[in-house]
Design a protein around this ligand. Structure first.
Ligand SMILES: [Zn+2]
Length: 123
């Protein structure tokens, strides 16, 4: 058989049909997310808030939101470990329609595989 059989297990994030329907909580409930999120916090256990913060990073924030860029939901270069307080601040800003990306430009530039490169490779 020339084509691989499709399986129904898991959430295929790159599947065109489901792409627009992907929501943050769906991503965050996957084992893949748990792995990626843990791996980011293993590397950076502390909150990486650009103004400085001495709290433990309890969550991992999507710099470009999952809704805006589902393809970057698991891209480490699009993730930054934050404490609860700073993650909450970001989420509140974004709920109000304000992008918080400007806060993380230094962090983005520090990443090896920047998500801008990702878009070049996956137009
Ligand atoms: Zn913090």
């Amino acid at each position: 058989m020339p084509h691989k059989m499709k399986t129904h297990q898991g959430l295929n994030l790159l599947n065109k049909k489901s792409k627009s329907a992907v929501k943050g909580r769906e991503v965050r409930s996957t084992n893949r997310w748990k792995r990626v999120s843990q791996s980011v916090r293993d590397k950076y256990p502390m909150c990486q808030w650009p103004d400085g913060c001495s709290e433990i990073a309890e969550s991992v924030h999507h710099i470009v939101s999952i809704e805006d860029a589902p393809a970057l939901a698991f891209a480490e270069s699009n993730l930054i470990p934050l404490c609860e307080q700073h993650h909450k601040w970001c989420n509140e800003m974004e709920r109000g329609g304000v992008s918080t990306k400007f806060k993380f430009l230094d962090w983005i530039n520090k990443q090896e595989n920047r998500y801008e490169d990702y878009f070049d490779e996956h137009p």
